[in-house]
Design a protein around this ligand. Structure first.
Ligand code: VGL
Ligand code: ZN
Length: 200
């Protein structure tokens, strides 16, 4: 195993934490609650503490839709209205310990285009490059939509990509959508780890 590839277990300069859509509407009880979605928050807080201890950068995407977004049922889309910009439902989970330096990336902001990936029509790639990020550690919601799409794009853009499997949860419209998404990410070259696997 090449020590410079995604399998390097210890955190190093060039590593970033990329938190996907940990917003109130995606928590249980929210407009598009992901089952057990709240469970990612304490786990992500432990990763965030390790990032903070090492002075490594944190990026957080958020779904940030206009009030009549094309993905909403009233417009023929698959979802109930969710994550409308500036609403409480669109806010990051209040228990998530995001540092003040977090780079926030908003997506899905135009009414006629959806964006599951944090890279789609955003400056995420530029921001990562400017931060000299080479490897992204991805957690958040939901495994089978925005997490898998963001991971596909990260790999396609040449980032070593590590998926924090203890810090993701799936919608599971079909019961094994989350499992299939994890398999796809692994097949594409992502390394799937749990927190215990990070060397201190
Ligand atoms: C998401 C459904 C609709 C996600 C966003 O963040 O995974 N899922 N919009
Ligand atoms: Zn959405």
């Amino acid at each position: 195993m090449n020590p410079d590839d995604g399998h390097q277990r210890s955190l190093q300069p060039g590593d970033a934490l990329l938190i996907v859509d940990v917003q109130n509407d995606f928590l249980p009880g929210g407009a598009l609650g992901v089952p057990a979605g709240d469970e990612v928050v304490p786990v992500l807080n432990r990763y965030l503490a390790e990032w903070r201890a090492r002075g490594l950068p944190v990026f957080a995407t958020r779904d940030w839709h206009p009030p009549r977004h094309c993905s909403f049922r009233e417009r023929g889309g698959p979802w109930p209205p969710h994550c409308v910009a500036e609403t409480l439902g669109a806010k990051f989970a209040s228990a998530l310990d995001l540092p003040p330096t977090t780079v926030v990336i908003s997506k899905g902001m135009t009414s006629d285009q959806d964006a599951y990936s944090g890279f789609q029509s955003t400056d995420l790639d530029d921001r990562l490059r400017r931060g000299e990020v080479r490897r992204v550690f991805v957690g958040g919601l939901a495994t089978d939509y925005c997490v898998v799409s963001t991971v596909r794009d990260a790999i396609a853009r040449g980032y070593q990509t590590v998926v924090l499997v203890d810090a993701i949860r799936a919608v599971n419209v079909q019961p094994d959508d989350g499992r299939k998404a994890e398999e796809e990410m692994a097949r594409l070259g992502a390394v799937l780890i749990r927190r215990e696997a990070l060397a201190r």
